[in-house]
Every structure is written in C-alpha cells, then in structure tokens.
Ligand binder design. Sequence first.
Ligand SMILES: [Zn+2]
Length: 344
Amino acid sequence: MKVGIARDEKFLEHKTGHYHPEHPKRLDTIYRMLDQQFKDRLILVPSLPATLEQIERIHTPAYIKRILKTAEQRITSLAPDTPISAESYYAAWLAAGACVNGIDRLMDKTCDAFFAFIRPPGHHALPDKASGFCIFNNVAIAAQYAIDQYALERILVIDWDIHHGNGIHDIFYESPNVLYLSTHDLMMFPYTGEIDQTGSGKGDGYTVNIPILREFTDDDMIYLYQEILRPLISGYRPQLIMVAAGFDAHTDDPIGRSRLTEATYGGVTRLLKQLRSSPENPPLFYALEGGYHQRALAESIKTILMELIGSDSPMPLLTPGQAVTDLVAQVKKIHLPFGVFNND
Ligand SMILES: [Zn+2]
C-alpha cells in the first residue's frame, strides 16, 4: 500500500505544561521513530491549516472566536484538563487541516492509507466546547469534509482509544453518513458510550458503542474487531474507513489501566487491510488521539505502519475468552433490529 503521513514541527509548539500527559514529547518520539524506521518509505503529505469554513461545519463561530482569542494569552485554561499556550490555536488549526489534506490525498489516490501524526487530539471536542485535551475535532472535521467535498455517504469511523470519543459520537449521532464504532472503558472519562446508545433519527443503528473490560487481552480485542467488523463492513459498505487512533489502552500507558499491546493495533490493521479489499476498497485514514507512554506509542505506530506497507499475511489464530464472545453476541443482538450488520 502507498502510505501517506502528516507531521509538522508546529504541532510541538502546542504547550500544555511540564506535568501534563499530552506533552510535545509524544510526537517528538514518534517523529524520531519515523526517521529511524521509515525513512523514504512513506509519502509526506504537507500540513496546511484548515479553512474557517471547514471548521465551522463542526464548531460554532463563537467557539472558534474563543480559540482565536487564546493567541493573546501565554496560557489559557479551555477546560480544567485542557490548558493551552499562545501557539496552540495554530497547532489546532493545522491538525484539522492535516486531516483534511489527508482526505484529499486518499481521494485522488496518491495514497491508499494515511496517518496524521498530530496534536492536539480531537475526539472529545464538542461543537462549542474543548475537553479531554482536545480543541477541534480533527476526525469529525475531516469526515464532514469528505461528505461535503466528495459526496461520500458511508464513512466508518473506528475509535479504539480507551476513552469514549464523545465528540465524534455526539456530532454524528443522528447521521447515517458516519457510522461511529467505539471500544472504550465506560468507567473512565468522559463516562459515556453505553452499549444501548445506538444512534437516533436517521442515524438509528449507525452508532456502535462497545464498552470493554480492562482484563481483555490482545486476542480478545482482535477477535472482537474481527467478529464486529466483518459483518459491519460487508453490511455498511464504507467508502472510507477512518480510525481515531489513540494508544492509551496499551498496558504500559499511565492512564489507560488496560492490558493490550501493540499486537492489537497491528492485528486490527491487518484485519482492516483484509476487509477493505471487498466490496468498495475504501482507503484507510488514521489520526492520532491519546496515548501517553512514549515507547508504547512509538511501538504501536511502528507496528501499524509495518502492517500497512508490508505484504498481506493471514490473521493469527485467536483464543478469545468467554467474556468477549458474550460481549460480541450482546452487541449483535442489540443491533439486530437495525440491519446495518450483514448477519448472514
Ligand atoms: Zn484517550
């Protein structure tokens, strides 16, 4: 696969304070890994700021104005957990734009897959509110852009960050054009994403919330994604697959309290590569969300990129536990009335 990436030193200028987990060093470590492991093997997609119009499709004018005003202050607290610096507004603008540019390069087939190595993250950002270290909702802005610019009607957004992406969830809750699938720990911030929240109105059935257990292993998670994504991709036929790629469910993460390793992220990527081959051959888009252990973050991303540029290999033999097989059955039962899953 031809794999594009976005990276820019400007993302490092968004400062959150010495003790904040969402620190510039996260990206610094990723960029060094890219230089060491993937020199000349990836297509660099330049990051340009999003247009005001693109951001206004998701965020309110009053909120955008408030973000612009932060350029006048050395430090602003947008939310108790979201301190930002004078340079942050530009990083946020550029992060959204990097995602939009990635969509363009996927749609014109310069790349088959694209990964935006950006910060601040986005999946908790609401139309009029920053929270959970997020300012603009990068994935939502890019998904809306793909709908507006390329008339896409079916975008699958997978969110494997350990925190529920309440921003993406709420923004597209009534839309059938974006199917939001999240695996998350319900007992963590923002404490949303109940299994029986399945969308509403025209979006009925197009939200799939899967609260996972902290005990889940790599095998459990890969099995879960395999059993859910097979019927989902065959039923929904996405034209674009986007991943809100947070890595805080990694066992080494200081926040996530879970047990996964980079094998999960590699395994699900291998699965996506396999499943995208039919029927629509949708491109794959990833944007960085959380993940606060530097080595785990770099290793997880390396594993994904290796899968994307490497040759196809069969899925590993999995030994899932009883809890995950029960959970998969429960999700399918809840979603049975909507017919989005192809339950053949
Ligand atoms: Zn997270």
